[in-house]
Design a protein. Structure first.
Length: 172
């Protein structure tokens, strides 16, 4: 049952919803998550050993209401998640105010993954900060023999893609 509940949580079901669906106490679920959080370092080492696999990592940010509704800019309840699409392994889970530091901490962890594996595709939902920070951290300067400032490009094997969400309201 623990595995089923944690899989549901990793698929995006909320804390209260998981407690209602699986008929468990909130403190029980939080205890399970804390115990598995202690194993995070071991799981990261295991994931880094599989460097020969190409990884598609999805980046997303989540808004959480803390005690009362406040404007989005003032809220401190943002969570940034970097998740590997095939295995649903969570590479980064950072919480805080939606600013450069929140994104930078997650992208720096992603840079370590890129350094180990060499080939990573990052999918984002249109938030340009992911791509901009990743480019800032992982760029290379190409010397092409022409005058002026040489162009900066991403390393070979690193790709950034935006998800096309589209408007699904008008579909039959």
């Amino acid at each position: 049952m623990i595995i089923t509940v944690l899989k549901a949580r990793s698929e995006g079901i909320g804390l209260n919803a998981a407690c209602r669906v699986f008929k468990i106490a909130k403190n029980t679920l939080l205890t399970w998550e804390r115990r598995f959080a202690d194993a995070k370092e071991t799981l990261i080492v295991y994931a880094l050993m599989t460097t020969f696999l190409s990884q598609v990592i999805e980046g997303d940010e989540l808004y959480t209401k803390i005690s009362e509704n406040v404007p989005v800019e003032e809220c401190e309840g943002w969570t940034i998640v970097l998740m590997e699409r095939a295995s649903r392994f969570i590479w980064a889970l950072e919480c805080g105010k939606r600013d450069r530091e929140l994104f930078l901490s997650a992208i720096q962890l992603l840079k370590r993954v890129i350094d180990r594996s060499g080939s990573v595709t990052l999918l984002t939902d249109g938030e340009r900060r992911y791509g901009n920070l990743l480019f800032e951290i992982c760029h290379e300067t190409v010397c092409n023999g022409q005058r002026g400032r040489p162009p900066r490009v991403l390393r070979k094997g690193v790709k950034i893609r935006l998800k096309n969400k589209g408007d699904h309201a008008h579909k039959p």
